[in-house]
Ligand binder design. Structure first.
Ligand code: KIV
Length: 262
């Protein structure tokens, strides 16, 4: 799939559903880029790749390492890098880290978690030439501060607050917003309230696009299966089955065959 430009991504609102898939390495970036409009180097790599319980363990060095790999594997794709926990405490630090992303990789944009409280920071980045994707609703980087992963949009006032978050991020210059872990009706209302595309995860069917973590989508991550995940492959079973076949062939002396030797 040819790389979508930022202008085309913004123009997709109401015209075409955007497909975003996470990728953490060159091999899968190349495979997934054939179907994805946007590849997200999510800090979810801490959980699904690094074996951590949440996303807080990864820093700039790890994120840059994986972003460079993804950009090498899918040079035509629109790649977004998640700014990791602690990398954007204020506008200046955020800008320095975002500049590193642009200098050291060919990523097209970065993603920042947060709503109204992050609007000035997002504005500072945008005014300095950084393309920013927002992220509102359930914010994985706040999991320890909030005492767990909490679905948003349930309480009275939640929808108004989320709409205010989305509008603030849009006014600050973000080109798109991820809405995570939000009641479907609330995500629909947010999507209708802004003129930039919303990309949902666990946010119902009425956002402008959908994102899934690749290892959930392919059924490779077995830790837990959130309600919103659809597994398009039972990848874990497939890997186990075929690794076992290899082990069996080695033990039987069937591998390598005469044709598989020099
Ligand atoms: O880190 C990630 O994979 C994300 C998605 C869940 C949107 O931020």
């Amino acid at each position: 799939m040819p790389k979508m430009t930022l202008t085309q991504i913004k123009a997709a609102k109401g015209q075409k559903k955007l497909v975003m898939i996470t990728a953490y390495d060159a091999l899968f970036a190349r495979l997934l880029s054939e179907s994805a409009d946007i590849l997200l180097v999510g800090d979810s790599l801490a959980n699904s790749f690094g074996g951590h319980a949440d996303t807080l363990a990864v820093g700039m060095e790890e994120m840059l390492y994986h972003t460079k790999a993804v950009c090498r594997g899918a040079p035509e794709s629109f790649v977004v890098m998640d700014m990791p926990f602690g990398s954007y405490p204020d506008g200046e630090a955020a800008l320095q880290n975002a500049v590193r992303v642009y200098r050291e990789s060919s990523a097209s944009a970065i993603k920042i978690e947060g709503g109204r409280e992050k609007a000035d920071l997002v504005r500072h980045l945008c005014q300095n030439g950084i393309a920013v994707m927002g992220h509102i609703g359930l914010l994985p980087q706040f999991v320890r501060a909030e005492g767990g992963f909490k679905i948003k949009g349930k309480e009275i006032g939640d929808v108004d607050r989320l709409i205010a978050d989305a509008k603030a991020i849009e006014a600050a210059g973000a080109f798109a917003i991820v809405i995570e872990g939000v009641k479907a009706q609330a995500a629909k209302a947010i999507t209708e309230a802004v003129s930039i595309p919303t990309i949902g995860i666990g946010a119902g069917a009425d956002t402008d696009g959908q994102v899934l973590v690749w290892s959930d989508l392919l059924g490779l991550f077995e830790g837990f299966k959130p309600k919103f995940v659809r597994r398009y492959l039972e990848g874990a079973a497939l890997v186990r089955e075929n690794a076992a076949r290899f082990a069996e062939d080695v033990q039987k002396g069937d591998f390598p065959s005469a044709q598989e030797q020099y």
